[in-house]
Design a protein around this ligand. Structure first.
Ligand SMILES: *Cc1c(COP(=O)(O)O)cnc(C)c1O
Length: 409
């Protein structure tokens, strides 16, 4: 496949990446998503929109974020050099604000008054509440009661930012029910509001739009890496939950002679229910309004999934990743909790960077790969910082000394 003209052809006008993607919607929501699509197709070409988003990224988000050479971590492993794209330094501490600010600006151009979304662990909710505060829009975040109890600090953050957190009490009271509840609220009020999806998932145009908003990560990183080293990296990698930080990082490298790897959470192991490695173990199926590859139970329903990183525990994946997987342009590998936590502590102790557990998956893969390659270079998208994970890590892993036992200090 020729990737030099890839962006012109994928997705097609129906939002398809090959057989994946599309917009599988109840009839009452079809006009709403068509309106978003038409608005986005026009606005994304407007120089006023592009310039305003550029200014927001520079002045509010603190972009460009740097690329950083991990000399100490690399040296502990061998001669292969690991570099990080520091999305942890983006305002609010992760890449999610890249698409939330884009979605907020789109809402403003469309004359909408309210942003609606669901959130699981609360990361998307906090990023969206931040965007809503910036643009002076209302924000309504649907969240399962179980998650509200588990993620108290994020609930407080959203409230401080002025968002309304709507507790969802039906079913298992977690993410799936929160999605249903948010969709219902949107269907009832789509003239006034816009639904903001938190990754490259959901019905068209979200997989396209969120990828476009995240592409700033890869565009910056490619230029910065070239400027620093004079070369392109041999390998580019990023963790994959729904797939937004990875899509943003990978897309600008698709036409380059670079090996691209998406890193999935293998959790406690390959048994169904112990991981969330959708591309590694899943098969074709539709959920949440789009067709992709997903993990299914015996009945063909989305399977229960587990990941130590709450941002990665999704049973499906963005349709573009399913496509890039099938055509073989991107490889998908999975790392375990244990490998992830080793990377978490090593990056912290050798470089002074505490990563989000999500991002530590990509670092864990890079460390394994560096050992295997011996020479060359690997560019990792460090999607977020680890402050949100500290309490959990301390409770379950203490100070991490056991990961350093066989090393001299
Ligand atoms: C949400 C999140 C992810 C996973 O989402 P993607 O859409 O796969 O990028 C990864 N890293 C961090 C820090 C997150 O908050």
């Amino acid at each position: 496949m020729d990737f030099t003209t890839y962006l012109k052809h994928y997705p097609d006008k129906d939002g398809k990446f090959g057989k994946y993607g599309g917009a599988i919607l109840p009839p009452e929501l079809i006009p709403a998503f068509e309106e978003i699509n038409e608005a986005y197709q026009t606005i994304c070409k407007s120089s006023q929109f592009i310039n305003e988003l550029r200014r927001i990224r520079r002045e509010f988000q603190g972009r460009p974020t740097p690329v950083y050479h991990c000399e100490r971590l690399s040296g502990k492993i061998g001669s292969c050099q690991i570099y990080l794209k520091r999305e942890d330094l983006n305002h609010t501490g992760a890449h999610k604000l890249n698409h939330c600010m884009g979605e907020g600006l789109l809402a403003k151009y469309m004359g909408k008054k309210k942003l609606i979304a669901e959130t699981g662990a609360g990361q998307h909710g906090v990023a969206l509440a931040t965007a809503a505060a910036f643009f002076g829009l209302e924000c309504e975040i649907h969240m399962g009661e179980v998650d509200i109890a588990k993620q108290a600090p994020n609930v407080k953050r959203m409230e401080i930012l002025g968002a309304k957190v709507v507790p969802v009490t039906r079913g298992l009271k977690t993410l799936k029910e929160a999605v249903d509840s948010a969709f219902e609220a949107y269907a009832a009020d789509y003239k006034n509001s816009i639904y903001c999806i938190g990754s490259v998932v959901g019905p068209h145009p979200f997989p396209l739009m969120v990828r476009d908003f995240q592409m700033v990560v890869g565009v910056e990183a490619r230029e910065q890496f070239l400027e620093m080293t004079g070369f392109l990296p041999d390998v580019v990698c990023a963790c994959v939950g729904g797939g937004s930080n990875s899509a943003g990082m990978f897309t600008p490298f698709l036409a380059d002679p670079v090996e691209i790897v998406g890193v999935e959470p293998l959790g406690r192991g390959p048994k169904l229910g112990d991981h969330a490695a959708s591309l590694t173990y899943g098969s074709e199926g539709a959920m949440h309004g789009f067709n992709s590859i997903m993990l299914k139970d015996e009945k063909g329903e989305p399977a229960p999934v587990y990941s130590i990183a709450s941002g990665l525990d999704y049973p499906s994946v963005g349709p573009e990743h399913a496509f890039l997987h099938d055509v073989g342009r991107v490889k998908y590998e999975a790392v375990t909790d244990e490998e992830t936590m080793e990377a978490f502590f090593k990056l912290s102790r050798y470089e002074g960077i505490i990563p989000a557990i999500e991002s530590a998956h990509a670092v864990a893969f890079a460390m394994k790969k560096a050992r295997e390659m011996g020479t060359g270079s690997i560019l990792v998208n460090l999607s977020g910082r680890g402050d949100k994970d500290l309490e959990y890590v301390i409770e379950h892993y203490g100070n991490g000394n056991r990961f350093f036992e066989d090393e001299e200090r």
